[in-house]
Design a protein around this ligand. Structure first.
Ligand SMILES: Nc1ncnc2c1ncn2[C@@H]1O[C@H](COP(=O)(O)OP(=O)(O)OP(=O)(O)O)[C@@H](O)[C@H]1O
Ligand SMILES: [Mn+2]
Length: 432
């Protein structure tokens, strides 16, 4: 058994059928890394009794209650905040933004901000030409901008691939709350909102947006007015969104970051090819993390740890479409921001392990993140989400299957970390 660079092994050597992979494992050269990682994780979860026992502890109730209570109390709007002075409200999240977080851990004004996003008058609606999918740029009273990603699917819809379909507005909303639960507060603030298409969008629409309003007929042949398709790469009149019977459309209201923070896109080294006949290098190169470490600079540990953290976040929500990361431009210690979480919660019964490759291939994680994930696995993400969002205007945001899938995926993440800890020196896995 020898350590090889995989690609050389596969291309040139017919004699030696074995290669060493990241988990110190021998694999036949036709077994994909994906398959091996999957097997190893499943084996750990099903057969390691000690590992199983961790999740049967129940002595965490008081800590759990306190944790949930704090997250919940931040969501309560403060009645003493006057909506007369909206500028004051919109200024709060502007001041919150830091290089490594968009919202603070202690955010008692968050409920007021969410409430304002849900109820403030829209003074202008426009097309948004950012990105490739349909979204609106709304100007709210008080001068605040927000992006609106409209509902495209009902809650039961299952897209037919890991990055298929249009963005899910409910995914954006849950992802924001999940980022607070995971202590990864790098998601722009998102609120649920049900808009009256005629009065809140069409009557205040820019010329560009107005030009995309059309009438449609539905499957029963009845007539629907006030549908629109916007302006974007994938926008066209055959793919419009229409109001429901009451004239409303639900969606995610995404608070725009302060305009003076410019964003920079960074290609994800674990980017997909989006083509079945062309595999990316990372899918089968056991040493891919070495390559990433070199390309981002071996002294750039925080960036690598951010990539791992992002993969954990994306694995829980099942976002396989993080083709680029975004950071604050010219801010050297900027976190990788978690912008664009719409391709999430596709198939509740599928766990796409390739999303987790940064963790699986690099076997590093911040110790604080690891400790927090362990705590969450005892409390259960499903319990926290249910308690936090039960009063959300668009509740239920997810089917129960999607909610419990998050618990299952967290156990898989912890199994992966456990395997890393068994394979490598603890100090090489857990970072300060
Ligand atoms: N809250 C925000 N504040 C500032 N800029 C934002 C915000 N949300 C999104 N953007 C910008 O708008 C761009 C497009 O948004 P988003 O990625 O959600 O759209 P998309 O249509 O899914 O894009 P893509 O096709 O690239 O995946 C982002 O890349 C980001 O630069
Ligand atoms: Mn997108």
């Amino acid at each position: 058994m020898v350590t090889f660079n995989d690609s050389k092994q596969i291309n040139h050597s017919k004699k030696s059928p074995l290669v060493l992979v990241n988990f110190n494992e021998v694999r036949p050269n036709n077994a994909t890394l994906k398959l091996l990682f999957e097997r190893k994780i499943r084996f750990k979860i099903e057969n390691d009794l000690q590992f199983k026992q961790i999740f049967e502890q129940t002595d965490l109730d008081i800590e759990a209650d306190e944790f949930i209570l704090k997250l919940k109390s931040d969501l309560i709007p403060n009645p003493s905040f006057s909506f007369v002075n909206l500028t004051r409200i919109w200024n709060i999240p502007k001041k919150w933004v830091r290089a490594r977080e968009i919202t603070p851990s202690n955010a008692p004004e968050l409920g007021t901000i969410l409430n304002s996003l849900q109820s403030t008058r829209i003074v202008k609606s426009d097309v948004s030409r950012k990105g490739t999918q349909l979204k609106l740029l709304l100007t709210l009273q008080g001068g605040q901008y927000a992006l609106f990603k409209p509902m495209r699917y009902d809650r039961q819809y299952v897209p037919d691939g890991i990055y298929a379909g249009a963005d899910r507005h409910n995914g954006e909303i849950v992802a924001f709350h999940l980022s607070r639960i995971l202590n990864m507060r790098k998601v722009p603030i998102v609120a649920s909102r049900n808009l009256n298409v005629l009065t809140e969008i069409k009557q205040v629409a820019s010329e560009s947006l107005s030009a995309t309003f059309i009438n449609q007929t539905n499957q029963n042949g009845s007539f629907i007015s006030n549908c629109f398709y916007g302006e974007c790469y994938y926008c066209n009149e055959y793919d419009s969104v229409c109001p429901d019977a009451a004239g409303h459309i639900e969606g995610a209201m995404i608070l725009m970051l302060p305009l003076h923070y410019k964003l920079q896109r960074i290609r994800n080294p674990w980017q997909r090819t989006y083509r079945d006949n062309m595999k990316p290098r990372w899918e089968n190169d056991s040493h891919y993390c070495l390559y990433v470490r070199k390309s981002i600079g071996t002294n750039n540990q925080e960036r690598l740890l951010d990539m791992v953290e992002t993969s954990i976040f994306d694995f829980i929500i099942q976002n396989a479409d993080r083709h680029h990361y975004e950071v604050f431009k010219d801010v050297s210690n900027s976190a990788l921001l978690l912008i664009d979480n719409g391709k999430s919660f596709g198939n509740a019964s599928h766990d796409e392990i390739t999303i987790l490759f940064p963790l699986l291939q690099c076997c590093v994680i911040r110790n604080s993140t690891y400790q927090h994930l362990k705590k969450l696995s005892l409390i259960k993400i499903s319990r926290i989400i249910n308690e936090l969002l039960v009063n959300d205007p668009l509740w239920p945001l997810l089917t129960d299957d999607h909610i419990v899938a998050m618990d299952r995926r967290l156990v898989m993440i912890l199994a992966a970390i456990e395997i890393c800890l068994e394979t490598f020196n603890k100090n090489n896995v857990l970072k300060a």
